[in-house]
Ligand binder design. Structure first.
Ligand code: TMP
Length: 208
């Protein structure tokens, strides 16, 4: 028996980090051991790569280089953090994972889906989340929330509005393509309502 792997996905400012804390607390109440992590990042090496990706001008990297950096970080993250935790029977919740690459680098930045699918299959070898919760939110509201956070990690937020509109649809398309793995959560509700929807989807998915 190994642990389970849950990912939260969505556009900017959807409230993933708050909801991950609440989901982790709910799972721990059930007696499970939970590791929370994030991408890009989640291991010391991948966090170094994160800084290259989320800081600076949008044009800093072309789409291909950006994708290779993200998958380099992901390889390290899986090898050093996620894999060992699952083997130790822990439940892992990651703030973003490979669906973000299909949305941001594929649909957002325009790399062919097949190209990402091939790198993904080389790096991850069919490893995939057990459950993906997609937090769906109006783009204007999300960008406003994300902008209010401020800080140096604004590179992706600084892509144009059309980029972000495409992302929203991309995540909905991913959910439609993988209905057994993905649940879309309406993130335009109160924090408590979103947490309740996430918990209900998680309990149902894993029969908790
Ligand atoms: P965060 O703001 O949710 O922490 O995520 C950091 C940024 O990295 C976010 O703007 C989306 C971007 N990203 C990608 O473009 N591709 C990916 O595969 C991942 C994991 C994140």
């Amino acid at each position: 028996m190994t642990g389970r792997f849950i990912t939260l996905e969505g556009g900017e400012g959807a409230g993933k980090s708050t909801q991950i804390k609440r989901l982790a607390a709910a799972l721990e109440k059930k007696g499970l051991t939970v590791v929370t992590t994030r991408e890009p990042g989640g291991s010391p090496g991948a966090e170094e790569i994160r800084a290259l990706l989320v800081q600076g001008e949008p044009c800093r990297w072309d789409a291909l280089t950006e994708t290779m950096l993200i998958y380099a970080a992901r390889a390290d993250h899986v090898k050093r953090t996620i894999g060992p935790a699952l083997v130790a029977n822990k439940w892992v919740i990651s703030d973003r994972f490979n669906d973000s690459s299909f949305a941001y680098q594929g649909v957002g930045r325009g790399l062919p889906r097949e190209f990402i699918r091939r790198i993904d299959s080389i790096v991850l070898d069919d490893f995939s989340p057990d459950l993906t919760l997609i937090l769906d939110l109006d783009v204007e509201i999300g960008l406003k929330r994300a902008g209010a956070r401020g800080g140096a990690e604004q590179r992706f937020e600084n892509f144009d509005k059309d980029f972000h509109q495409r992302l929203r649809q991309a995540f909905l398309d991913i959910a439609a393509r993988s209905p057994d793995r993905c649940v879309v959560i309406d993130a335009n509700q109160s924090e408590d309502q979103v947490a309740a929807a996430i918990w209900s989807a998680t309990q149902k998915h894993f029969s908790l």
